[in-house]
Design a protein around this ligand. Structure first.
Ligand SMILES: CC(C)(COP(=O)(O)OP(=O)(O)OC[C@H]1O[C@@H](n2cnc3c(N)ncnc32)[C@H](O)[C@@H]1OP(=O)(O)O)[C@@H](O)C(=O)NCCC(=O)NCCS
Length: 183
């Protein structure tokens, strides 16, 4: 899928939200690894990442050509500072209506409005792709993210007390959230 929007951040800077393309492979991978080093709230550890820049480039190309998946980059002055995307839950008929949402932003750029804008961009793309429901899992301690999702219309439908097992803190409870996109 394709997407492009220019937003003005809370500090007055301009930020481009756009679908990542093949040429963004190296930059997107770098940001992915960086954001996964900066927080204990994401699914994978940086040392678990097996993607190369070339594979990331192919992944972004596939997403651009896809009719129902996208990876959106947030770019400030030519630097990729955030990633967000939607992935289909599966191709089977019974779950074709469900998509998964994920997001990670470089900590140096938190609190500027990028997270909200990227969440809205992904909701818009999920609607365009025809999904009926957008879903996510978030660690219960990630209060900023939970508040952001609630304010964008996601509601909690359950919890998994042993959802993650962190190297640093042990069990992390996951809040399961969903947003209906149409009746
Ligand atoms: C969660 C995350 C995506 C939020 O992105 P962000 O760009 O900082 O979000 P925004 O600036 O758009 O702020 C969204 C809301 O979060 C809250 N918020 C942001 N920064 C905050 C801070 N420092 N203190 C308290 N609340 C804060 C505000 O309620 C804000 O709402 P507002 O628009 O009414 O001010 C970002 O912190 C992140 O990437 N975290 C690490 C990865 C992660 O946790 N991903 C989610 C996994 S489910």
């Amino acid at each position: 899928m394709k997407y492009r929007k220019v937003i003005t951040l809370k500090d007055g800077r301009e930020c481009i939200l756009r679908n990542g393309v093949e040429a963004d492979g190296e930059a997107a991978l770098k940001t992915f690894i960086l954001t996964h080093e900066q927080t204990d709230y994401l699914l994978t550890y940086p040392d678990e990442n097996k993607m190369t820049a070339l594979e990331e480039a192919r992944y972004l190309k596939e997403k651009t050509e896809s009719g129902d998946e996208i990876e959106i980059l947030a770019e400030i002055d030519g630097t990729v500072v955030g990633l967000a995307g939607i992935d289909k839950m599966g191709g089977q008929e019974k779950i074709r209506h469900r998509a998964l949402f994920g997001i990670s932003i470089d900590r140096d750029y938190w609190g500027l409005g990028i997270g909200r804008a990227m969440t809205r961009a992904c909701i818009e793309c999920a609607k365009t792709a025809g999904y009926a429901q957008l879903e996510l899992d978030v660690t219960a301690e990630n209060k900023t993210a939970v508040a952001l999702y609630e304010s964008e219309g996601f509601t909690e439908y359950g919890r998994n007390p042993r959802g993650f097992r962190s190297r640093e803190t042990g069990w992390q409870e996951l809040v399961l959230m969903r947003k209906e996109l149409y009746e």
